[in-house]
Design a protein around this ligand. Structure first.
Ligand code: GRF
Length: 197
């Protein structure tokens, strides 16, 4: 299965996904594209180093016209013949129209134990709430933000005195475990929710 990965920044989740596929000859997936809305995304060079095709579609020239941006964004994905799309630190909200083209074959990783803390600033919100457990979730992407069926979750403890950055760093380690594990199972047609702790 050909996997396209969308990023906006450093791409550490993308690296984990790409390396999990490149390092396992029996893996059902192969990375066919790393696509960013940000020409300065550090992940682009990491993908190129790994021999993965890259593309950039900058969202800024399109202003508020999300549909026009997405009409461009979809092109490299189609040209790469992607079977599955993984959002990995991709920081643009996608319209229902875009999502519908990939419904049932688009995944996202979100840094909270969904359905808690959809949206942004998840670590600060978990600390604010006094949660003792936090973590990350991989879910199928549906038109509603951070709302689709959950495919996997990984938990971390919250420690007294944690800052949002402390928590983000602890969660990110688990993201790098969870996303590759969920993607491989997903590509093999497995849908049992994966829990890592
Ligand atoms: C991180 O905050 C991660 O929790 C979220 O996206 C951000 C960047 O991740 N999924 P990455 O290093 O670009 O994969």
């Amino acid at each position: 299965k050909r996997v396209a990965i969308l990023i906006s920044g450093g791409g550490s989740n993308m690296v984990s996904l790409v390396d999990s596929m490149l390092n396992d000859a029996d893996h059902p997936g192969s990375p066919c594209l790393v696509l960013s809305n940000n020409a300065d995304a550090g992940g682009l060079s990491k993908a190129a180093e790994r021999g993965v095709a890259t593309a950039v579609v900058d969202h800024r020239p399109f202003g508020k016209d999300r549909a026009a941006f997405e009409a461009e964004l979809v092109q490299p994905i189609l040209e790469a013949g992607a079977d599955v799309v993984c959002l990995a630190g991709f920081m643009r909200v996608l319209t229902a129209g875009f999502v519908r083209q990939f419904e049932g074959r688009m995944l996202n990783i979100h840094p909270s134990l969904l359905p808690k803390y959809k949206g942004l600033h998840t670590h600060a919100r978990a600390l604010e709430a006094g949660d003792l457990r936090h973590g990350c979730s991989v879910h199928e992407v549906t038109p509603l933000l951070d709302d689709g069926p959950i495919l996997g979750q990984a938990e971390v403890p919250v420690h007294p005195g944690d800052t949002p950055d402390d928590l983000a760093a602890r969660v990110l380690v688990q993201e790098h475990r969870l996303y590759p594990a969920v993607l491989e199972r997903y590509l093999r047609g497995e849908r049992a929710v994966l829990h890592l702790s």
